[in-house]
Ligand binder design. Sequence first.
Ligand code: FES
Length: 551
Amino acid sequence: MQDQILSNLSEEKVVQISEARNEPQWLLDYRLEAYHKFRDAPIEKNALFTRYADFLRGVDLSDVWPVTSPQKLLAAEKDITILQKDGAIARINLPEGLIGKIVIVEIGDAVSQYPDLIRPYFATTANGTGDKFSHLSDAFFSSGLFVNIPNGIEIKDTLRRMIYQELSRIGAFEKTIISMGEASRLSLLTQFRSGAPSTNEIAVLGSSTEIFLESNAKISYSEMQLLGSNVIAFLNKRIIGGADSFGELSSGYLGGRVTRSVTEMTLRGPRSHLEDLEIVVGSGEERFELGTIITHEGVHTKGIVDLKAVMRDRSSMTLKGMNKIEEQARDSDTYLGGHAILFGDGARANVIPGLEINTRQVKAKHSAAVAQIDPDQIFYITSRGVDEISAIQLIVAGFLEPIVSRFQSEDLQEELREVIRMKWTGESFLNSQNAEPIVVKQDIMTFEKVAEVSDLPEGKLLGVDVGTKHLLLSNIGGTIYATGGLCTHEVTDLARGFLGGGTVTCPLHLSEFDLKTGEPLNPPATDPLKIYQVKVEGNQVFVALGDVEES
Ligand code: FES
């Protein structure tokens, strides 16, 4: 199996991906190190769990090719903030009020635009506990996100991301880094979806997400896996909590051929609190291989893993959990729960909890149970006039609800309830309204060269004409911004205005505009300036002009 996984995932491919993305040497080195770790690591590192490590049995990955140089795509779906498709970023559409306040960019763009900001996170991510498949995504990622929420910024609405897999015989890997500043807030919901498989050809989707919480930061990070029966998913998450931080990771695993997910939570700062809530609903031949690792390093920390699974047909689920309290982490509280109900003789569930406690003053609990559905319960409900299928649905919903209702995102709660219902009635969520194959348009939002960095010394405004557009470029503290170049009050060239502290003042009636958000700060102008995405490569400044045409 090891050889099959590796057959198309070679060192040469790693170099090819890095070259195609025009990456700096340090990032190529990072990828190569990850590749070597992937190649050398066993499928299961913990000796306690090795007899449960054969989750890829019967799966042939020899015909799966990693995405090397994906085309950029743009999809026209309204309520998705971020769309990734077949290993490419299709769109990032931030709500207007967030532009300029936070950073959410394609990870490759982050490497060129914010190298000093992102590089330390790469150095840290290389030090994870080292699940084999997190190294796989780290070595071969062809897309992903960098999210940076500065200190004190609270984002109230849930941002939605969809990672969509349409093609088969490809391995699409993504890497996401989320850094949360002090007292910042973010809720991000990621859906993994795929089209209804038309063939039995395998596709592999790999995702490695790393979340860093500074003190008092709070994140709700949710994932819903709704993949088709031809997709094998390797989903790795890692979160590190600073002092007084709170992180909730919630996951619904509802499809896919094989889902391997490992979640690592490190409670580093005192009083940090991290939770991992998971729901699994398996049917057919689906296999779920789940691992959780909690490490308490700080005092008074609280870590919770709570999973509920419902398995039917010949589906199977294994949860391997390890909660560890380090010597210095006194007064910590750790919990690992895994409960499953089975329908039919072919369904399987294993919950294997592990606790490693290295200090005395702590609370540590685990709870695990796997049982067939209780026929008395069905009898009791049907005796009230409810048919048997509805009775089973009620039991399933009631069993899962204590976890579903704890998910911070109400959007996710609602969607989960609906998908659980559909899964149980046998309706395909792959063909549901929400999962229509995404209509993809060719992105002609290509970046156009507009200036040289040397034209824009710090504190300078520059007006440029690109096609029919007049843009205003500015250099604020070493970062280049692009906005519409004409005042929105009357048509006046803002390049002739006055730059000061991140704003430009119109030379005619003195309205001031924020150059990062485009917002007017005083009358008479009331409409904001349009904001354009900027990319800097070497000495060249590129701007995405944002027009879209059907391909
Ligand atoms: S033209 Fe700019 S404020 Fe009137």
